[in-house]
Design a protein around this ligand. Structure first.
Ligand SMILES: [Zn+2]
Length: 322
């Protein structure tokens, strides 16, 4: 259901890469032209016997140094991939709770960027039978994520508390995750949101303020059920003290046929300072579990810090389309 937005994000990232590649090609072309001109100038003033040496030197040097430059900006690790895990929970439970809990009187959110490279891993649709594996991988790398939960798998509900206790943020996604029900009316939406809020409260002791709309705030599927509902809901949830997060990067795992290899490639094609990466924790998302270690390693190698969504995190909103 989130596929359309994901495809758009992927296309954007791929276009950006293409433009970057074109720029590198143009730069390389420029270097080659300059080198050829130099060769002609030098050739004109030198005896024939020295031609070979002159041709061999300038072109490879220039090309190598420009390639190295690109690599070094990408590969400089601010966090060692094998480095010590950062403490999962370094604040008291009360402090942490203040940053996540729904409080109608507290509408402090961060719409700015820190200028630092930060990635927020966000998993929609869980808990699922894969949640324990996801949590173990996160622990292994000493990073945390945000889980936007649903009530689709009652047999997995205990993983909600497990995820929270291990330093991850619990956000609200949807109780039923049935678009037809959730977007049938504003009332229906809030009934569903309150139901998933109660489930979270049962497991972690309070209702989180952090939410993600099914399909994201830009979804157009909701048009099928209620015209204009996203435009009405977005300000309303904020008035009630909730904050919704969309995403600005995807692995493409909303589609059923994406390979783990492609998920890694897709995820690592994003390189903006603040990354909110959409992932899925669902019954059919085994490839995401397979891809996760490489995704984490890739972003660590690029110097990103991993954080959870809370009142300090940069809010990312899509444009509303319905
Ligand atoms: Zn979802």
């Amino acid at each position: 259901m989130e596929n359309r937005e994901e495809r758009r994000q992927l296309r954007l990232a791929q276009r950006k890469k293409q433009v970057q590649r074109q720029k590198i090609l143009i730069a390389a072309g420029g270097v080659a032209i300059v080198a050829v001109i130099l060769i002609f100038v030098v050739l004109g003033s030198r005896p024939k016997g020295e031609q070979k040496d002159i041709v061999a030197t300038p072109i490879p040097d220039q090309t190598t140094s420009s390639v190295q430059k690109v690599e070094s900006t990408v590969a400089e690790p601010a966090v060692s991939p094998t480095g010590e895990p950062t403490p999962a929970v370094d604040k008291t439970e009360a402090d942490r709770r203040k940053l996540i809990e729904l409080d109608p009187d507290n509408r402090e959110w961060n719409f700015g960027e820190t200028g630092e490279k930060v990635i927020y891993l966000t998993f929609d649709d869980g808990p699922s039978p894969y949640t324990p594996q996801v949590l173990d991988i996160l622990d292994r790398y000493g990073v945390n994520a945000t889980f936007f939960i649903t009530a689709q798998r009652p047999d997995c509900f205990d993983y909600i508390k497990d995820a929270y206790d291990r330093g991850n943020t619990i956000g609200l996604h949807s109780y039923s995750h049935e678009y037809e029900q959730v977007y049938a009316s504003e009332e229906a939406f809030f009934e569903d949101l309150e139901a998933i809020g109660r489930l979270a409260e049962e497991k972690i002791g309070y209702v989180p303020a952090i939410i993600r709309f099914p399909g994201g705030s830009s979804n157009e599927t909701s048009k099928l059920y209620t015209q204009g509902i996203m435009s009405a809901l977005a300000p309303k949830v904020n008035e009630m003290g909730y904050q919704y997060w969309d995403w600005n990067a995807v692995t493409g795992d909303g589609a059923e046929d994406v390979t783990a290899e492609d998920e890694v490639k897709n995820a690592l094609s994003f390189d903006q300072n603040t990354i909110v990466l959409l992932l899925h924790d669902g019954d059919t998302k085994e490839n995401t579990v397979t891809a996760l270690p490489e995704i984490i390693e890739g972003f660590k190698n690029q110097g990103y810090t991993f954080k959870v969504l809370d009142r300090n995190a940069t809010v990312v909103h899509h444009a509303i389309m319905n």
